[in-house]
Design a protein around this ligand. Structure first.
Ligand code: AMP
Length: 380
């Protein structure tokens, strides 16, 4: 199957080829024609499935040949739970919109940065990607109007609810016209998500991707038994010994993240931290450098385990184990993506052993545990 057979015009087909997308992913095969036809879509899929392009491409296609938006009235609204996802989805829109014969202005807004530049730029935007809080701020200052939205996309709806955005979401929904197309993506389906899909979608095409089962075979999982006081030197040993060029290290607290980065730097390993106590500027900077391959080690809390797409990330290390098996799956899902192989390593202390067993059971995979007591870590 090719992108052109899905109903996309030549310029978008050329643009996907330029991104090295050779064939549409399964979710794109189903979602693109349905969205082009104006159907509501419910996508149960995670980052890594190709879900972003599955709505970005048909949405842009539909805007071709239509009249530009009135000043400050957006036509397409994409709601996302986090700033990082806003930037990421905004970038995908920008990449593809740039290749179209008719210019489509797309823009991403999110909190944690000054609102004024966003207010100035929002004028003739047709596609707005937004986090809920910042969007409401912009609405209340009359910087943007939602009464002419034709397409609503809710990306990572489950996360939006988990993060406590339900009230904001409802306030936003109340500002939209009744007659519109709705597209909703969620990684998981529980009662709360079910409730919002029922309220929002009318006779949707349901597309379910089993990404969690699709990719783990590409991920080599391994664990090392390491006592807490030896974890730091062992991490540095691993990075050097395996000559890891790009590694995402997960820790459980912002303090550990900062300490670890300090020690890595002291030992000559280039590292930055990504967590909620960093400013938005610092977070974007770390992520951009890491994505561009200009940063060797990114140390993150679970903030980074969902939704962030880093292409072909070869190594993920759980310096601290996550609390839940679900988080484990999300964390290791940062590697072994887009059909590239990856390696997920967990550092497990004797105290963690029981918890690690539970994680493996829930994740449905037994992970080999390697002892490290005999390893000489002096010099690391
Ligand atoms: P997503 O699930 O939207 O976060 O996308 C996951 C990754 O897959 C992104 O890095 C995309 O650039 C990439 N991607 C999306 N669609 C395709 C495709 N058809 N072929 C190759 N790569 C793709």
């Amino acid at each position: 199957m090719s992108f052109s057979s899905l109903g996309l015009s030549a310029s978008l087909v050329k643009a996907v080829a330029a991104q090295n997308y050779t064939a549409p992913y399964p979710i794109q095969q189903e979602a693109i024609p349905a969205i082009l036809q104006g159907k509501d879509v419910l996508g149960i899929a995670q980052t890594g499935s190709g879900k972003t392009a599955s709505f970005v491409l048909p949405v842009l296609e539909k805007l071709q040949g239509t009249r530009a938006s009135r000043n400050r009235f957006v036509k397409v609204l994409v709601l996302v739970p986090t700033r990082e996802l806003a930037v990421q989805v905004g970038d995908v829109f920008k990449t593809f919109a740039g290749s179209l014969p008719q210019k489509i202005k797309t823009f991403a807004v999110y909190g944690g940065v000054s609102i004024n530049p966003q207010m100035m730029q929002i004028g003739s935007v047709e596609v707005l990607v937004a986090t809920p809080g910042r969007l409401l701020d912009l609405v209340s200052s009359n910087a943007v109007h939602l009464s002419e939205v034709e397409v609503l996309v809710l990306d990572e709806a489950d996360k939006m609810l988990n993060m406590g955005f339900e009230e904001e979401m409802n306030r936003i929904l109340a500002l939209l016209p009744r007659n519109r197309q709705n597209i909703l993506f969620t990684a998981t389906m529980d009662e709360e998500v079910q409730d919002i899909t029922t309220r929002l979608l009318s006779d949707p095409l349901r597309i379910e991707m089993e990404v969690e089962k699709q990719n783990p075979d590409l991920i080599k999982q391994l664990a090392y038994l390491v006592e807490p006081e030896r974890k730091g030197p062992f991490l540095r040993y691993l990075i050097r010994q395996e000559n890891m060029k790009q590694v995402l290290v997960f820790v459980s607290s912002t303090r550990t993240a900062d300490n670890l980065v300090g020690k890595l730097l002291k030992n000559g390993l280039q590292a930055m931290a990504l967590h909620s106590k960093k400013s938005q500027g610092a977070r974007t900077d770390a992520l951009t450098k890491f994505k561009a391959g200009k940063l060797r080690v990114l140390v993150a809390t679970d903030l980074a385990s969902r939704g962030i797409d880093i292409q072909f990330l070869p190594h993920v290390i759980n310096y601290d184990l996550p609390r839940s098996p679900k988080d484990y799956i999300h964390r290791i899902g940062r590697t072994g993506r887009a059909e590239a192989e990856g390696e997920a390593i967990s550092l497990v202390s004797a105290e963690d052993l029981h918890h690690f067993k539970v994680i493996q059971k829930k994740a449905g995979k037994k992970v080999s545990l390697v002892e490290t007591d005999d390893l000489d870590l002096s010099g690391y």
